[in-house]
Structures are given as C-alpha cells and as structure tokens.
Design a protein around this ligand. Structure first.
Ligand code: ZN
Length: 626
C-alpha cells in the first residue's frame, strides 16, 4: 500500500519499528526502541506534516513493563488527590487508560506527570475523567471495548486498509437518497453514494403505535454492501434502527461521538424492554446493540477522519442533546461538502453551547425543519426558565408535590441545572426525585463534561460544583422508595418518564398525585396528538387506571401547567439565524425532519431569503449533489 510505503520511507534507521498498522483513518507504529518511544521520535512530526494523517508511536509488547509493575508505578507517580478510580490496560493497542476524578492532576504541568508515566511504564497513557456518578451503561460499554481490544485492533486495521486501498483524485458524482425522515419526524435515514462509497447517515425508527422503519427494502437500502454508518445523535428516531443493521449482516464501522455511543446503549435497550413489556415485536435483540458497540468508531468533535477512499467525516457540536453532532462529509479532494444537521439548537441552553457554524465550505446543506412553519416561534429560554421556577415554587409553598414528566435524556438534565441553580441561590428548598432511567442518563452526562456548555464546564472543573451531584437530587431505585415519596406528607418534585404520559413510572405518580389540588403537573416538552399528555393539556380532568385488575377513574384536580421554550431544537428564527451565521453559504438546501407543512414552508422561506435552490425532498427521492 502506497501510504504504508511512504511511512516506511520516512523512518530513521534506528526506529526499530515492528509493526505499521491502521486504526481507522489513523496510522500507528509500534517500536522496539525504548528511547525512541519515550522521546516520541521527531520523525513522527515530519511524517504527519508530509502525509497529513494522524500518526502515533506506541510501544512494542517486548519493551512494555509488566502490567502489575506498570500499575504500581502509575499509582506511585500520580498524586493521591487526583482520585484514580480505574486503571485499564489495553494490550492490543499498547495503551493504558487512567480514569481519575481530577484528570488534570494525572496530566500534570504541561503534561509532565503523563510523560513520566509513559517513560517509566513504557505504555502509552491516556487519561479520562472518572464519571461523577457511576453508570452501568458506561461500565458495560467500556468493558466491551476493552475486552475486545485484540479483535478491534484487526477490525480498525481492516477499515484503514479499505480507506487507503485507492488513491482518488477527483470524484465525478455524488448523490443522496432519502430512506426516511422526509416530510415527517421519525425514522431518519439517508444514503450518500459516490463512485467509491455507500454511506448511511442515521437509521432511526418512528416511534408511535405502529412502529415504522426506514425504507431499507429498496435496492439502495441493501445492508451488506454499506461501507460505513454515521449517526448524528442517539435519539431513537435517528439511531433506533442501527442495531437492526448488525442483526442482518452489516459488519462495518459505526461512526458517532463517544457520548452518543453510550446513550445508544441506554436508549436502544430501553426501547427493547418497553416493546417486550407491551407485547410488541422487536426488530432486533440486545446482542445486536452490543455488536453495534463493538463496531463503533467514536470520533470527538472537530476530529477529521477519512471513512472511505473518497469521503472524510467531521462532527461538530449541534447543541441538541449530549453527544449530538452536525455531520460534515467532505467528498473527494474538496469536490463537494455536504453538511447534514441532524437535530440542532442554535440557541444556548444551560446544558449546551449553541450549534457550531464553523464550516470552511458547504455546497449542500440538509437541515432539520421541526419548527420550520411560519409561526413556529418559541418563547425565550429565560422566560421559560422563570415560568418553570414559579410553577414549582407556587406548589411547594402550599405544601404540594410537583410532577414533571420528561424524556430521560436532555430535558431532564436541563431542568436539573435550572432547579439546582435556584437551590444554590437559596431560593428553593425541596428534594427532587429522579426515576431510574433518568438517573442513568444523568450519569452518562457526568461522564462527558467536556461536551457540556462552557459555563457549566467552568462550574464543574474550576468551582468544584457539579449540578448533577447536588444533594437536592435523589435516585428512585425501587417500588418501596416510590411509595415512600408518594406517602410522605412533605412537598417534593418528581421527574419521571415517559415525557408524554404514554406509560412508565410517571403514571404511578400521576394517579396518586392527581386528586389533590395542592399538587401540580408541569409539562416541559411537546405533547404529541393522541397521547395522554395532550389530552390532559386539552382539559381532561380524569384518567382511567387499573387497580387490582379493575378499571377505575382517577380525578385530576391538580394544577396543570405547560412550559414552552425549553426545546432542544431551533425554532424558526433560529433555523434562519443558523443559515445566516454559516461561514460558507450552501448553494443548495434540502429541508427534512418536520411534518409536510414545516418542510415546505421552511424550503420556501430559505429560498426567499437566500435566493438559493431549496427542496422539501420526499422519502424515496434521490438528489444528485454533484
Ligand atoms: Zn433528536
């Protein structure tokens, strides 16, 4: 292979390289020369500059210190205050992962501590923040990745060989086919094709009574011949059908951010649980979720990576949920740049910075249009936060309990930040209870603080205050704990799934809190037509419940409020502001992910303002990009 030959040509005679291999798009060299490894040979810098690739030097197994000895050395070198929680060796990669509560102290001044670890253990150290709240999901994911490190080494090398198998100067054509998520919200799925690539972008389900899946039955939906799958974010309507691909023969890479990978596991397993409980067919088994993890290639924001011979990929912050990304696909040698937004928020929230607009070039933009309709303007976030606090306080002051139905990921953590700030300013004194799955999702947020809003990061890293571990929050882990909260005479706030009152533990609370007019119910998210949430918003004042096998009715006397404006999506103004703020203006915009009116009106507006080609594209249509 040409690139490997070029690397070999650039090696000094004393480099003692035992192996040159790929790790996806990157190149890794293993050396038997201890001094060379310790000093990270100057030749690496030169090679990086020449080949424009990420190249890393790692120790050959023969020069590494014994694992037990290396572990002792690390514990000796790192100061105790760093709070090391876990040291994991990955022999396949010559790496040691150190998880600590204060990663800065493992790194040391200008990397001095880390450098010492490297020199004394002769392993390549990598530091991660230990999650402030431990999570079974994160533990499981890391276990799969670590245990499979030998297998993954070969897998990543194979990907690299495919990426580098052809030298491509010019790409003559590229097109995108819509397999789901057009003029509808749900089952987002697109296929980018070039002469050398078949890349699937998102593969979701459409939740609802009869689950709908992407149009994979069409010829271009053929699973086995895909080269890569890229996912924008881990909501089920974007990722929920990915394990199905692995169930039915796809065995290639899954590109997503690290946080998206972990949330995928939480949400897909929950999706299977709920489906089974309700007696529905499940499209795949939990084994296939694990298979997706095993095949995942996690990319950080702004990390440039080739994924096929003629397509490069970069993720940028989308501000929508943890790990959500705008997907930038760079086709050929800059022949065409496609940006697929997934879902994004071009407004700052307590949790995230607003979506990035920093793209050097965009020829085609595929944008979500959830709030694309002409009148889809959301109230300001400030007002929404104020409303929420006022409703909570009013209920607490009269001795009542507050029930907040919410999605487990995103909205719940946003509300936690709002309530915590109020409590810290001594304006709110009430325990807040979170049902199990919400707690797990929160734990995953504490695993990736670097993905959160800058101000929030400042708090966590420099002011030593992590809102998620604030002592106002309590996990509800069992039925007994739930009963205790229900039977306690004291005011409390309870946050629970499902967000639209379609099932889940929230229903238990609703039937207990419902009859008492001192209590209140606060909706913090969109309530879809046909859901119990929407019915109550419309004025239903009783709900049917089952008790002891009998159907009964429970009166709803509690106060019902709705807080708009906490959405993780851009409203119509923000969609337009985003387009305006882009560094590079696209010459074509496809509007997707919105109901029919939203996609059409959004396309019309963008055309009128920017005078560029816009298409409210339909499912099963294909558009030629180049
Ligand atoms: Zn989403």
């Amino acid at each position: 292979m040409k690139i490997i030959d070029e690397v070999k040509d650039g090696l000094p005679s004393n480099a003692m390289i035992s192996e040159v291999c790929f790790e996806g798009s990157d190149i890794v060299l293993y050396t038997k020369n201890k001094d060379m490894f310790k000093s990270n040979g100057n030749f690496i810098k030169k090679l990086v500059k020449k080949l424009k690739k990420r190249i890393e030097l790692r120790p050959d197994p023969s020069i590494r210190k014994d694992i037990e000895i290396a572990k002792e050395k690390i514990e000796e070198i790192v100061p105790e205050e760093a709070g090391i929680e876990e040291i994991t060796f990955q022999p396949g990669f010559g790496k040691v992962i150190i998880e600590a509560l204060k990663p800065g102290l493992v790194i040391g001044k200008r990397g001095s501590t880390l450098d010492k670890i490297k020199k004394e253990t002769v392993w390549k150290p990598q530091v991660k923040i230990a999650p402030a709240i431990s999570s079974d999901v994160v533990d499981t994911v890391r276990k799969v990745l670590y245990q499979e490190s030998e297998w993954r080494k070969d897998f990543l090398n194979d990907i690299g060989e495919k990426i580098h198998s052809e030298e491509i100067d010019k790409v003559d054509w590229a097109r995108v086919s819509c397999l789901g998520g057009c003029r509808e919200v749900g089952r987002s799925c697109f296929l980018l094709q070039t002469p050398h690539s078949r890349i699937m972008i998102d593969c979701g389900i459409k939740p609802g009574n009869n689950h709908e899946y992407p149009y994979l039955q069409v010829p271009e939906g053929e699973i086995k011949s895909l080269d890569a799958v890229v996912v924008s974010h881990p909501h089920l309507d974007h990722i929920g059908f990915v394990p199905y691909l692995y169930e039915y023969g796809y065995d290639g890479p899954l590109y997503l951010t690290p946080a998206a990978r972990d949330l995928m596991v939480l949400l897909c397993l929950d999706y299977l649980d709920v489906a089974k409980r309700e007696g529905n067919d499940v499209p795949y088994s939990s084994k296939s979720v694990e298979k997706a993890v095993k095949h995942s290639v996690a990319l950080e924001y702004d990390q440039v990576s080739d994924i096929t011979p003629d397509v490069g990929l970069t993720f940028q912050n989308a501000g929508h949920i943890l790990g959500s990304a705008l997907v930038h696909l760079h086709i050929g040698e800059g022949d065409h740049n496609l940006v697929y937004t997934g879902d994004y928020n071009f407004g700052e929230s307590k949790l995230f910075n607003k979506a990035s607009t920093n793209f050097q070039r965009i020829e085609t933009l595929i944008t979500e249009s959830t709030y694309g309709e002409n009148d889809a303007i959301q109230p300001s976030r400030k007002d929404a936060e104020k409303d929420l606090i006022n409703y909570v306080k009013k209920t607490v002051d009269r001795g009542g309990k507050v029930l907040i139905p919410s999605f487990a990921v995103g909205r719940a953590q946003d509300i936690m930040c709002i309530l915590d700030e109020e409590a810290r300013n001594n304006n709110l004194d009430v325990p807040v209870y979170l049902e199990g799955m919400m707690w797990d999702a929160t734990a995953i947020h504490t695993t990736y603080p670097e993905d959160l809003n800058e101000k929030l990061q400042q708090q966590i890293f420099h002011k030593d205050h992590n809102p998620f571990t604030s002592d106002i929050f309590h996990r509800v882990g069992s039925g007994e704990e739930r009963d205790e909260i229900i039977n306690s005479p004291d005011p409390a706030v309870v946050m629970s799934t499902s967000g639209m009152l379609t099932g889940g533990p929230v229903m238990e609370y609703l039937k207990e809190f419902g009859p008492d007019e001192d209590n209140s119910l606060i909706f913090v998210g969109y309530q879809a037509e046909g859901t119990m949430g929407r019915r109550i918003q419309k004025g239903w004042d009783e709900i049917p419940v089952e008790r002891g096998g009998k159907r009964k009715r429970v009166e709803l006397n509690l106060e019902v409020n709705t807080v708009d404006g906490l959405s993780g999506h851009s409203d119509r103004n923000q969609l337009i502001n985003f387009l305006n703020a882009l560094n590079s203006k696209p010459n074509k915009v496809l509007t997707v992910h919105g109901d029919e009116n939203s996609c059409i009106q959004m396309a019309r507006t963008v055309h009128n303002i920017f005078n560029i080609e816009t298409i409210p594209i339909k499912n099963l249509e294909t558009n030629r990009l180049k």
